[in-house]
Design a protein around this ligand. Structure first.
Ligand code: SF4
Ligand code: SF4
Length: 469
């Protein structure tokens, strides 16, 4: 690659100073922001009573290797729940994107939410867009140093609080909080908080829109989910440009009638839609990769239209078909497919959670040796048995076998065994059988753990196989 080509590939960042805007979409975004921050920052502090287990509503208990989410307890072997959840999230994203474009990016993405707060801080300290532009251009002095210093300090505080809160999900929050500030927390807590502080500060404070434009893969493959019926934030060019293009409000171009007479559209070229855009683009140039569909340009343009007394909607959520004067079809095979797949995964997850057993048991045949011949002519097979108590109470079970007539089971002193809440026991099971002529060489049977206390729990079974030479 030549030096000349390399220079073309590099684009220096042009700082963006988004202007504030009021409107319906901005209000929705504020509401989502408050909800998301409320949930994320408050959840580790929410207490939850459990008879046996931590009293924190949501906690990844590393020592016990359990993940508590309110009344749900997720064990490491429930990892497929995580896989199902990720599949669900991906399908939901595909479904929503095929109907309404990148709404996830514009309203729910962490990058958008955190960048939004960082821009608010910047505005609070440095003022509205013109003041921030002026400050960025003026030479270094006391005012610039104080305002930029304070902005970065507040960014770092939010970033640190974000990192610390993440850490608090991995232990008892009040205890870990005190340990953290008294130097007694484990090293990974400090490392994680530091790493997340740095990444949040860089991503939401310094890199901002560059994350969406250059780093996020979603903006690249979204086009595969878009079609002519997808609702995306769009500029109604027919209305805005007319036949003679846009024109500022000026003498002879003040009323709609005057403008339409001259073939001029409704866009008064005020630039407000561009000034509010967090990625610094002009939506009037059509759909672009950097557009995160935040809809702030809709609010901006609606504000202008309201002030002129003209109807809203010069920028709005439109499909390509709609802008061409055709009908938008919401029921398409692709959307239906995403919807059905989504419903299937939701159904599967509901079934998984609803059908979860309080006890589970796994049996592994010991193969070294595969069997032993006893002095009385019996054949003995040995098994490694693991029983998991997923309840929050101790459970006492009696071990037995079924489906192998004439066989004896020996569990040593563990024919009855007590399992602590959220713990498991491993035991050795020896099964012996005196084969009669014609007894099959391989026979399937089951181990059963029958709860004695509490007796109302259902027994749990695990399949096994008996080998005869
Ligand atoms: S063009 Fe409009 S919707 Fe797209 S990012 Fe900019 S303000 Fe948001
Ligand atoms: S805010 Fe509306 S009127 Fe102003 S430049 Fe943008 S599209 Fe045109």
């Amino acid at each position: 690659m030549s030096q000349q080509q390399e220079e073309h590939l590099y684009a220096a960042r042009v700082p963006i100073f988004p202007r504030s805007v009021k409107g319906r979409f901005r209000s929705v975004k504020y509401a989502i922001l408050v909800l998301a921050y409320g949930v994320y920052f408050m959840l580790p502090w929410l207490r939850w009573h459990r008879d046996n287990g931590p009293d924190q509503a949501v906690i990844f208990d590393l020592k016990a290797r359990l993940f508590y989410v309110f009344d749900m307890i997720i064990h490491p072997q429930d990892i497929f729940l995580l896989a199902a959840f990720l599949t669900l999230a991906a399908l939901l994203l595909f479904f929503v994107t095929s109907v309404a474009g990148r709404v996830f990016c514009g309203y729910f993405c962490f990058q958008t939410l955190w960048t939004d707060v960082f821009i608010m801080i910047e505005r609070l300290v440095q003022g509205e867009r013109p003041a921030r532009i002026r400050l960025s251009k003026q030479p270094w002095g006391m005012e610039k140093a104080v305002k930029l210093g304070l902005t970065h300090l507040l960014w770092l505080l939010v970033a640190f609080w974000t990192g610390l809160t993440f850490v608090l999900y991995w232990g008892d929050a009040p205890t870990l909080f005190v340990e953290f500030f008294t130097g007694k927390a484990p090293f990974p807590a400090y490392a994680t908080a530091l790493f997340l502080t740095a990444t949040t500060y860089v991503m939401a404070g310094l890199a901002r829109e560059q994350v969406c434009i250059y780093m996020c893969p979603y903006s690249r493959f979204q086009s595969a989910m878009f079609d002519k019926d997808t609702l995306v934030v769009s500029y109604d060019a027919k209305r805005g440009e007319g036949t003679a293009g846009r024109h500022k409000i000026a003498k002879g171009f003040k009323t709609r009638e005057e403008r339409h007479e001259k073939g001029v559209g409704d866009c008064i070229d005020c630039g407000y839609c561009v000034q509010v855009c967090p990625t610094g683009i002009d939506i009037r140039n059509g759909l672009q990769v950097p557009c995160i569909q935040c809809a702030l340009c809709i609010d901006a343009c609606d504000t202008i239209m309201d002030s002129l007394g003209w109807e809203r909607g010069l920028i709005g959520y439109y499909s390509e078909n709609q802008l061409e004067g055709k009908k938008t079809r919401f029921f398409k095979w692709k959307t239906l497919g995403y919807g059905l797949a989504l419903a299937a995964v939701v159904g599967f997850m509901t079934w998984l959670v609803a059908s979860e057993q309080p006890l589970d048991m796994h049996v592994r045949k010991l193969r070294q040796p595969l069997y032993v011949e006893l002095s009385d002519g019996s054949i003995q097979n040995s098994y490694d048995i693991k029983i998991n108590n997923k309840t929050s109470e101790p459970v006492r079970v009696r071990m037995e076998i079924s489906g192998l007539p004439g066989a004896r089971a020996d569990f040593g002193r563990f024919r009855e065994v007590e399992i602590r809440p959220q713990h498991y026991v491993r035991l050795l099971g020896k099964v012996s059988l005196k084969p009669a002529p014609g007894t099959p060489k391989r026979q399937n049977f089951s181990f059963r753990a029958v709860p004695i206390e509490p007796a109302d729990l259902p027994p749990v079974e695990a399949p096994a196989r008996f080998f005869i030479p």
